[in-house]
Design a protein around this ligand. Structure first.
Ligand SMILES: [Zn+2]
Length: 153
């Protein structure tokens, strides 16, 4: 737990987390994204304050692949996404931040409506809009995610 770290604060309940914890393994936590990337965007982050994928332990690494696959399948299915982005930037300004994989649904219908180009361009457009996801819709999605994946909070 690192003071002032948003990822640590959300896990510790220092800041409110809409939808609550979606899933936790020995080393990882799954929750809904609090940023403006839309309902259905999950985060997968290590429990400990880790700043680089290169610093993951062997046991953390072993859990990661299956967890990202399951989270991605969950998002694709529940959000009926045409594609699911799995990405990690984890830069706070230009300082390394608590790593967190963003597992984000994307749809062809967003072309033109949100951004002319997909991928990081779509994400930038969504951050520029800055629309936080509706907390009730997030809570409902998290309930469905726990049921879909057989996850207990
Ligand atoms: Zn942290």
């Amino acid at each position: 737990m690192e003071p002032g770290c948003l990822a640590c604060d959300l896990s510790a309940g220092v800041r409110p987390l809409p939808g609550g914890s979606v899933h936790a393994t020995d080393h990882w936590v799954v929750e809904h994204c609090v940023g403006p990337l839309g309902v259905g965007t999950l985060l997968v982050k290590p429990r400990r304050h880790c700043l680089a994928v290169a610093d993951l332990t062997e046991s953390e690494s072993r859990e990661l692949g299956p967890l990202l696959q399951r989270a991605s399948d969950c998002v694709r299915t529940l959000a009926r996404a045409d594609q699911v982005y799995v990405c990690l930037w984890s830069h706070m300004g230009f300082e390394p931040g608590h790593i967190h994989f963003v597992v984000q649904p994307a749809w062809a219908s967003q072309q033109g409506a949100v951004s002319d180009k997909p991928g990081p361009f779509l994400q930038v457009a969504m951050f520029e809009r800055g629309d936080p996801p509706d907390p009730d819709a997030v809570a409902a999605f998290c309930d469905r995610a726990r049921a879909f994946a057989g996850w207990a909070a």
